[in-house]
Structures are given as structure tokens and as C-alpha cells.
Design a protein. Structure first.
Length: 138
């Protein structure tokens, strides 16, 4: 079966939404294969967000991701990569559709960082790369 890496980002953990995200993953019918609370490091984030290193928001994104613990989750199920992206909703929580995690629970915050509660891998290649970064023992 397919696996994806889900992160409840520091804003989601801080707001007490970890359980709500896990609930939605399980309610959809996916299985939790691994769950761990992780304090990210700059090295981990530079690898995780390698595709964004040249973006203007990269430094702010890394600082935000260092601002508190992240709940790292491996979720499993048929077409879970695409399925979790659908549960998460659009990147910008202001315009993400109601019914999605970002649309129901997120909004624009003061400051330079987009805080959108969750991350989900965007392809099978990303999923295996990201699971290896966050769960080196898996
Ligand atoms: P992830 O599931 O977190 O990867 O989100 P995504 O795939 O919907 O978005 P993308 O990979 O393009 O961007 C990764 C993360 O960078 C986003 O989740 C946001 O936290 C942040 N980000 C993306 N675009 C912007 C932007 O234009 N401005 C700011 N401040 N942050 C952004
Ligand atoms: Mg992405």
C-alpha cells in the first residue's frame, strides 16, 4: 500500500489540533503507521524544503518550522498521497475550501509566514524521500 508523510506543523501543534488532524486521517479510512513529536533542526528543514531554498519566504518558513514541535505522521492506504492532499485543501488557508483541514481550521495570520497547519507529501518520490528524513528508522 501507499504511504505519505504528514506533518502537523508548529502552528497546528500549538493550537491543539494534532488530535483533530489524526482524527480526520483515520475517519477517512487511512491507517497510522508511525507518529512522533519532533523538534525539527535547520539541517532537517533545509533537506525537507530543498525545493524552496531559493524562494523569498524560505528563511521565514524555516524559522516558523523551528518555532515549536512538529507532529510527524506516516499515513498508509490506497492513494493516500493524493487523498491526504485533498483532505488538507489548498496551500493558502484563507481560500482553502471549507471541509478541508486548512479551510476549516486555518486563516491568515499577522506576520510574514503562511501558517497552514499541515504538510502532505506531493508525490511517491517526495513521500519516500520525506519519510526517510523524518523517520530514518522506518
Ligand atoms: P506543503 O504540504 O506544506 O508542502 O504545502 P504545499 O505543497 O501546499 O505548498 P508548497 O510546497 O508550495 O509550499 C510549502 C510551504 O511553504 C507551504 O505549506 C507554506 O507553509 C509555505 N509557503 C508556500 N508558498 C508561500 C508563500 O507564497 N508565502 C509564504 N510566506 N509561505 C509560503
Ligand atoms: Mg509542498
Amino acid at each position: 500500500v501507499e504511504r505519505t508523510l504528514v506533518l502537523v506543523k508548529p502552528d497546528g501543534v500549538r493550537r491543539g489540533l494534532s488530535g483533530e488532524v489524526l482524527r480526520r486521517i483515520e475517519a477517512k479510512g487511512y491507517t497510522l503507521a508511525a507518529v512522533e513529536l519532533v523538534q525539527a533542526t535547520p539541517e532537517l528543514l533545509e533537506r525537507h524544503y530543498a525545493e524552496h531554498v531559493d524562494k523569498p519566504f524560505f528563511r521565514a518558513l524555516v524559522d516558523f518550522m523551528l518555532s515549536g514541535p512538529t507532529l510527524a505522521v506516516v499515513a498508509e492506504g490506497n492513494r493516500v498521497i493524493e487523498g491526504f492532499r485533498s483532505l488538507a485543501g489548498a496551500t493558502d488557508p484563507t481560500t482553502a475550501a471549507p471541509g478541508t483541514i486548512r479551510g476549516d481550521l486555518g486563516r491568515a495570520w499577522d506576520g510574514p509566514v503562511m501558517q497552514n497547519i499541515v504538510h502532505g507529501s506531493d508525490s511517491p518520490e517526495s513521500a519516500s524521500r520525506e519519510i526517510g528524513l523524518w523517520f530514518p528508522a522506518l
